[in-house]
Write a protein that binds this ligand. Structure first.
Ligand SMILES: Cc1cc2nc3c(=O)[nH]c(=O)nc-3n(C[C@H](O)[C@H](O)[C@H](O)COP(=O)(O)OP(=O)(O)OC[C@H]3O[C@@H](n4cnc5c(N)ncnc54)[C@H](O)[C@@H]3O)c2cc1C
Length: 579
């Protein structure tokens, strides 16, 4: 098997991965050898789909906004589960990162004075979401990709699928991946690995995320013994288009769109009188499901999905064309409804993974509840849990998180890779064993249909671990996932070709999704309270006395363990969350 040696390997080329690559490269005066490994072409990373914008206080002297207010909104939005020291870093550094992106050439929407426009977003008490129409992720990715392409010390391994993380004696040794074009495995030997593989919302069937968001890096870390944090908290975005789940950005409500039930009522006044449609997502999603369950929704004829209306008509064609052109195009092309003329059918869909790989405030992977780090491993972006989102992320805080920790981690890893050597051990041998396992999987003559397993997993997750959860449902989901995992051990890859074997790739992704589904179900079953995105029918209230703590779930020699660690509170004592 070919070995590629470098100083730093960055697994993932979304906004988190590319930002880290730029800063680590700059920090070393473009001297360190940096590899970016990505299962897609870099520019197809899920970040290109980000629509609404990126948060940060840009013009406090004009708006009256403040860093502290951004931090407090985030903490309150998180239902007080976010680590407040991390949130303070996010709010403080986000403006600098938006300006950095400006210097790289992001085509922000601007006002007549040339200032970057900022719009209101859910749970934010000021308009502080900078945007480039409703294609913010695409414009940011294009600027980052242009920039990294000029760094000659950085190699991008497009369409390379990582399937094993090699850690020996608590320290990173290398990464095993498959070149999808040839089907050959490669061992990437490096001193540092930054996991930036994005979220895992594809554990659900009804989701706003791309087919590639299969939580691979989270599952690799979990299997390598690194704990996952707060996996029970999955964000359901309130306004996914029915029946396909495509996101209608929160920016639509930021621009003033209404949510209406089948009686034509703006029902959010019964749930969050002061914020209305711009309450945080957990609250809006619960409100929509409550309306539907109480018979005030609509039913989609072909799919049977229930929904409410998102009405943009009063915004007028100009605002829609200038600020929301993509959602207009998507609605017309995919369901033949023009939001200028008719309300859109929407319901909540899985959207964001609040939990993820357990890290400290620096983004370093942490091996246990005592804070011992896994040397040489960092995790950032949606796959890492630092934790700035707690139990409910505020929209537009993810892109700022990717950018802020991209710089912080980039600087740290440049220093680490300049002073540390490679791990000594048997990594090449271990990589070959991993490769042999993959080859055995690919060569099986018969077995279980992976797509059937995936379908059953998604059905269980959609049914039992959606916006509202109950004890019986969560137990059923856990049992079902256990059965599916047993079946998966005998899974069959029908396609025997080497080049672009998407069947084999799918099987690897489904294996990862099953691990994630297991972590979500177990974390959820144990948390006996309602907090943020985890709403439990039997425990309808937040319970700070027993549950103001982060869940850690880990695998130790095949056995699953749970532990809890405290939430870091700096300035803001938890209070009742009213909007
Ligand atoms: C439709 C939509 C719109 C959104 N809009 C916004 C918004 O406006 N503002 C906001 O703040 N947030 C938004 N979010 C959330 C935000 O887009 C994501 O959280 C963020 O882009 C994640 O970036 P990332 O760099 O962590 O990962 P991603 O952009 O998901 O990138 C993951 C990378 O990892 C690579 N990868 C994964 N697995 C493997 C593997 N096994 N081997 C090799 N490579 C691998 C992929 O190829 C990819 O390059 C939105 C989410 C959705 C679904």
């Amino acid at each position: 098997m070919e070995t590629i040696e470098c100083d730093i390997v960055i697994l993932g080329s979304g906004i988190a991965g590319l930002t880290t690559a730029i800063h680590s490269s700059n920090e070393s005066n473009r001297q360190l050898r940096i590899s970016i490994v990505t299962k897609l072409h870099a520019m197809r990373s899920h970040s290109v789909a980000a629509e609404g914008g990126v948060s940060g206080v840009l013009y406090p002297e004009v708006s009256g906004d403040s860093i502290d207010l951004h931090a407090y909104d985030t903490v309150k939005g998180s239902d007080f589960l976010a680590d407040q020291d991390a949130v303070e870093i996010l709010a403080k550094n986000a403006p600098e990162e938006i300006r950095f992106l400006d210097h790289l050439g992001v085509a922000w929407s601007r006002d007549e004075k040339g200032r970057i426009l900022q719009r209101p977003f859910g749970g934010m008490s000021q308009p502080r979401t900078a945007f480039a129409q409703d294609k913010t992720g695409f414009f940011i990715m294009r600027a980052l990709y242009d920039e990294i392409s000029s760094h000659k010390n950085v190699s991008i391994f497009h369409e390379h699928f990582a399937y094993s993380l090699i850690i020996e004696r608590g320290r990173f040794s290398g990464l095993v991946c498959m070149d999808l074009a040839s089907g050959e495995s490669r061992f990437i030997k490096a001193k540092v690995c930054v996991i930036a593989t994005g979220g895992a919302s594809r554990v659900y069937g009804f989701t706003t995320t791309s087919h590639s968001t299969t939580g691979d890096g989270i599952a690799l870390a979990y299997r390598a013994g690194i704990p996952l944090k707060d996996m029970e908290f999955v964000q359901f975005h309130p306004t996914a288009l029915v029946p396909n789940g495509i996101l209608i950005t929160e920016a639509a409500r930021g621009e003033g769109a209404y949510l209406l039930n089948s009686k034509g009522k703006r029902f959010m006044e019964d749930y969050a009188k002061s914020k209305m449609e711009l309450a945080p997502r957990d609250i809006v999603s619960r409100a929509i499901i409550t309306e539907i369950e109480q018979g005030r929704g609509f039913t989609h004829t072909e799919s049977g999905l229930k929904y409410v209306h998102l009405d943009l008509r009063h915004l007028g064609k100009k605002i829609i064309d200038d600020h929301l052109p993509m959602i207009k195009e998507i609605s017309i092309k995919s369901i033949a409804i023009d939001p200028v003329d008719e309300p859109l059918p929407v319901r909540p869909a899985a959207h964001f993974t609040m939990g993820g790989i357990n890290t400290d405030i620096h983004g370093r992977a942490v091996a246990d509840e005592n804070g011992n780090v896994v040397k040489g491993v960092w995790a950032i972006g949606e796959c890492g849990c630092v934790s700035v989102h707690g139990s409910n992320r505020l929209g537009s805080n993810s892109l700022s998180q990717c950018a802020v920790w991209g710089r912080l981690v980039g600087k740290q890893i440049a220093a680490y890779a300049s002073s540390e050597g490679f791990n000594k051990g048997e990594a090449e041998k271990l990589a070959e064993t991993e490769r042999d396992r993959l080859e055995e999987l690919a060569s099986r003559e018969s077995g279980e249909d992976p797509y059937k397993i995936k379908e059953e997993m998604q059905e269980a997750m959609d049914e039992y671990l959606y916006v509202y959860r109950n004890r019986v449902g969560m137990t059923r989901a856990k049992d079902k996932i256990e059965q599916l995992k047993a079946r998966f051990s005998n899974v069959y890859v029908k396609d025997k070709s080497r080049s672009f074997n998407t069947n084999l790739r799918d099987v690897l992704e489904i294996g990862n999704l099953l691990d994630i589904a297991e972590a979500i179900a177990i974390g959820a079953m144990h948390r006996k309270e309602t907090r943020g995105a985890h709403a439990v029918v039997e425990y309808p209230k937040r319970n700070d006395k027993d549950w103001l703590k982060h869940t850690l779930i880990f695998k130790n020699r095949g056995k699953i363990g749970l532990a809890y660690i405290p939430v870091k509170i700096t300035k803001w004592k938890p209070v009742e969350r009213v909007y």
